[in-house]
Design a protein around this ligand. Structure first.
Ligand code: ZN
Length: 162
């Protein structure tokens, strides 16, 4: 338990110090803006999608450390993946941080993203961690904005592959 907590803190610090894929893509095909009013997280995601593949993804904006680390790590993981694989990760990441998916006992594709599993014990941080993933889902589905406090709360809404 102490080990996973240390790893979590290391990852958060590392990605805040050196956020990966930070900035806007000049040749983006898909863009979305994500808001988490409860914390003040406000991010922009730009993607370059070619056919079924996500060739590039970048993020920018102002957010707390957890949101920033989640966004940074997300960009490294989904770059080069298919849209379907990315949507599957959106679902699995959400299920993990809301406690529906037990990454130790159930099959999943989250890999090193499991460092965020402990967020489920921090209810006020769940939306921070999940925001980049909902913004990714929105971008892939040509929604310009998404908010954790929208009428159709993405925390509750089912996210389906296609
Ligand atoms: Zn936040």
């Amino acid at each position: 338990m102490a080990d996973s907590r240390n790893l979590y803190q290391e990852v958060i610090l590392d990605h805040n110090k050196k956020p990966r894929n930070f900035g806007a893509l000049a040749d983006a095909t898909h863009k979305s803006e994500g808001l988490n009013p409860l914390c003040g997280d406000h991010i922009y995601l730009s993607l370059k999608v070619s056919g079924a593949n996500i060739e590039a993804v970048q993020f920018e904006g102002e957010s707390c450390a957890i949101c920033k680390a989640s966004a940074s790590m997300m960009t490294t993981v989904v770059k080069g993946k298919t849209r379907d694989d990315a949507e599957q990760l959106v679902n699995e990441f959400r299920d993990m941080v809301i406690g529906k998916l037990d990454t130790a006992a159930q099959p999943h594709h989250l890999g090193r993203l499991t460092v965020f599993a402990g967020v489920r014990d921090l209810p006020t941080r769940v939306k921070c961690a999940i925001l980049p993933w909902h913004t990714l889902h929105a971008a892939l589905n040509s929604q310009r904005t998404t908010s954790t406090e929208a009428d159709a709360d993405p925390m509750q809404a089912p996210i389906l592959g296609t």
